[in-house]
Design a protein around this ligand. Structure first.
Ligand code: PEP
Ligand code: MG
Length: 570
């Protein structure tokens, strides 16, 4: 099984087609001065040819984009027509006696180097565009044929090291069930185009071109971010069921997306989205999220060479706040560590990273990281309705220390006359048994709880959440985990506060009625799951859900718990 970055939701089953590119080989030889004109002509000829090709692709791809300005091939053509770049290439040929291909390659490398130095993730993703234009130009200079997508005449799932926007634009979507790339992030155009085409796609799936072979039967599960190679019948059937449900939900989507998540007997709960970056907001809104229950900010710290600056973080949080138009956005301080290592932070080698230096343990040891993040969040809080959420709490002292740090930052911002939300709500994740057990003390320090069932299950059951060997033991329906969840919710209500859930259990339809009956106030999940969960909530009575929860909490085995739930749901 492979996973990566979920770029576009959906499920596809099909034959794998690996895209192999003809390599572009450039010899670094110098030319004789008498050949300067020949090289310049070669460049101009290729440039015109490239513009013509791009014009065709642009016209073909107009329907991907809302307007001309958004069509990225308009900007590709503009880059090619840039007089400065042209001057640079010509002088590289005439003065440094480079071949046309060498001059173009040097120019592309320079542009990419400059973009690499920029700390903005969006601009970084433009590297793919520059590579795309550059490679097309180079192939035209060297007479290398570009990938001919017309030869694809049967339905396939494409696997490639990377896919450029122009390659996607040339595909005949009748035959493309989905695609998987080894490179790319969720803000790359490849991912953006996949989402707008609603083709399932997973990017950043490292090693997929090594592990998947041509004609392998694969499942691209763009709901659970999984790629399964040559699955058995049982898995196929299981995922087919998910696929049918997914497309059914999608159909229902438009009907319920703007309706409240309210039970038949008028009990309303909040349905929110979990996001990892700004682009996920599009999906959150599309699927009808009322708020953001979890913004995993650690993704801002990944795929880069140094910590993100206060300004960078501020701009990201401000954009999320503004895009959500005054609806709540819960920003979780970075939860690095565990399985989310950051190479530039020189982590100590740990025997048990999940029990090690992670999340607020790092923030409290390295206060400068925490201060930068808190300043960015507080500054952005004037542009919307932000909440702060701290992960991996195990003690009262931790939340007290964190609150002291918030206080220090508030004083500093006040002195600098920077506006911020002075009453910004502060919450903690309850994802360790320790926090659940002392919930009564913790709640008195905070405004809300958010239950992280992914970690709460792992730590309660002492079962590594990522270990396939013991995955059978990892079960949030275990009476021990359910007991803690009920305790957390009850405690928060006793103190007049509320509890959300942002672990995967919140988006698990088998758990919805149970959680509703247990009194959960906010369900936060992968946006694609929102419709199905809302659908369940709208069809049930709180009164019945409570009765179910009461019975379930009296059970002593997982088997009995699931039996009761299944009986209720059928
Ligand atoms: C959790 O542990 O349930 C959670 C939401 O946090 P993460 O999955 O990011 O550890
Ligand atoms: Mg967690």
């Amino acid at each position: 099984m492979i996973s990566g970055i979920l770029a576009s939701p959906g499920i596809a089953f099909g034959k794998a087609l690996l895209l192999q590119e003809e390599p572009i080989i450039i010899y670094k030889k110098k030319i004789l001065p008498i050949n300067i004109h020949k090289e310049i002509n070669k460049f101009y000829h290729a440039k015109n040819q490239t513009i013509q090709q791009l014009e065709k692709i642009k016209n073909k791809s107009n329907n991907f984009f809302k307007n001309q300005e958004e069509n990225i091939f308009t900007s590709h053509i503009m880059i090619l027509e840039d007089k400065e770049l042209e001057k640079e290439i010509i002088s590289s040929i005439t003065e440094n006696l480079n071949t046309a291909e060498n001059a173009v390659e040097l120019m592309i490398s320079e542009q990419i180097k400059n973009l690499n130095n920029i700390k903005d993730e969006y601009l970084k993703n433009r590297i793919i565009d520059i590579r795309d234009i550059g490679n097309r130009l180079l192939k035209n200079i060297l007479n290398i044929h570009t990938m001919n997508f017309k030869i694809i005449k049967e339905k396939v799932i494409l696997i490639a090291r990377d896919l450029t926007p122009s390659e996607i634009a040339q595909m005949n979507f009748k035959y493309i069930l989905g695609f998987i790339t080894e490179l790319g992030g969720s803000t790359a155009h490849t991912a953006i185009m996949a989402r707008s085409l609603e083709i399932p796609a997973i990017v950043g799936a490292t090693n997929s071109t090594n592990q998947i072979k041509n004609n392998d039967f694969i499942i691209l599960d763009g709901i659970n971010n999984k790629i399964i190679i040559n699955p058995n019948q049982e898995t196929i059937k299981k995922i087919q069921k998910i696929q049918i449900e997914y497309y059914f939900q999608k159909k229902q989507l438009n009907k319920i997306r703007n309706l409240p998540s309210i039970t038949i007997d008028n009990h309303e709960v909040e349905i929110s989205a979990n996001i990892g970056n700004i682009n996920d907001i599009t999906n959150a809104k599309k699927y009808g999220a009322k708020s953001i229950g979890l913004y995993r900010t650690e993704f801002l710290f990944m795929e880069r060479s140094q910590l993100p600056s206060e300004e960078e973080q501020f701009l990201a949080y401000k954009e999320v706040a503004q895009k959500m138009h005054n609806k709540p956005v819960t920003i979780r301080t970075m939860d690095i560590g565990g399985d989310k290592e950051i190479p530039y932070m020189n982590f100590p080698k740990e025997e048990n990273p999940f029990l090690g230096w992670r999340a607020i343990r790092i923030s409290l040891d390295k206060k400068e990281i925490l201060h930068t993040q808190l300043k960015a969040i507080l500054r952005a809080s004037q542009f919307g309705k932000l909440r702060i959420l701290f992960p991996m709490i195990i003690s009262l002292e931790e939340i007290q220390s964190l609150k002291k740090e918030i206080q220090k930052i508030k004083i500093e911002l006040n002195q600098k006359k920077i506006i911020f939300d002075t009453n910004i709500p502060i919450g903690i994740m309850i994802e360790t048994p320790a926090a659940a057990i002392i919930a009564k003390f913790l709640i008195q320090e905070v405004d809300f709880f958010s239950i992280g069932t992914n970690d709460l299950t792992q730590y309660t059951l002492a079962v590594d959440r990522g270990n396939d060997v013991i995955s059978k033991l990892y079960n949030p329906f275990s009476p021990s985990v359910l007991y803690l969840i009920q305790k957390i919710i009850n405690v928060s209500h006793q103190y007049g506060k509320w509890t959300g859930m942002c672990g995967e259990l919140a988006g698990n339809e088998q758990a919805t009625i149970l959680l509703l009956g247990m009194g959960l106030d906010e369900f936060s999940m992968n946006p694609a799951f929102i419709p199905k969960i809302k659908n369940i909530i709208r069809k049930v009575k709180l009164h019945d859900a409570k009765k179910l929860a009461k019975k379930v909490l009296q059970q002593s085995t997982i088997q009995n718990v699931t039996k009761l739930i299944n009986n209720f749901m059928t």
